[in-house]
Design a protein around this ligand. Structure first.
Ligand SMILES: [Zn+2]
Length: 177
């Protein structure tokens, strides 16, 4: 079998959290560098992702620290993406929803007009910003058009002419499973 990590869907990867392993952030690949430190955290430097933990032999600790970092970044970046989606979708008078960030294994996001809630998949933090912006806009438009009907796609195409390329990129390069 010819190995190419890119073809392995993200959620099927069996990360070991060892130095040299590749991890994604905003669509780019970073080389993990595990370091021992009393202060835990993640630092991006060039194309290195420096993961500082107290116990470099604890896989669960490394996984936890990296996961917390992804969640912090996602909080900021997803809020920005939602805000720009709201500006784009101004003609449809949508307002900022109750935003939740969860790890989902079968979809990038969901929208519940009834509870004014949008869920964005934490895994989006590993994909390019263009993809995050697309999903944010897609979900926001569901407040006005709950179904994937002609009106939904026509509004989407008006507000984001290259939405299809962004969706294809997600499905092709950043498959979840
Ligand atoms: Zn949808």
């Amino acid at each position: 079998m010819f190995g190419n990590l890119d073809t392995v869907p993200e959620l099927l990867k069996n990360y070991q959290f060892k130095t040299g392993e590749e991890h994604k952030y905003l669509g780019d690949y970073y080389r993990l560098m595990v370091e021992q430190s009393d202060e835990t955290g993640v630092l991006i430097e060039n194309y290195n992702m420096i993961l500082a933990v107290q116990d470099i032999h604890s896989t669960s600790q490394k996984e936890f620290v990296l996961d917390m970092w992804y969640r912090e970044q996602a909080r900021d970046i997803f809020v920005d993406a939602m805000a720009s989606a709201i500006v784009k979708a101004a003609p449809y008078k949508v307002s900022f929803p109750d935003l939740k960030i969860y790890r989902l294994d079968d979809r990038w996001g969901s929208c519940s007009p009834k509870s004014q809630r949008v869920i964005l998949n934490l895994e989006l933090i590993k994909t390019p910003k263009e993809c995050i912006e697309y999903i944010a806009l897609h979900e926001m438009l569901h407040f006005r058009f709950p179904n994937h009907n002609v009106s939904f796609y026509s509004a989407l195409a008006t507000l984001m002419s290259d939405w299809k390329e962004r969706e294809d990129m997600l499905n092709r390069k950043y498959r979840l499973n």
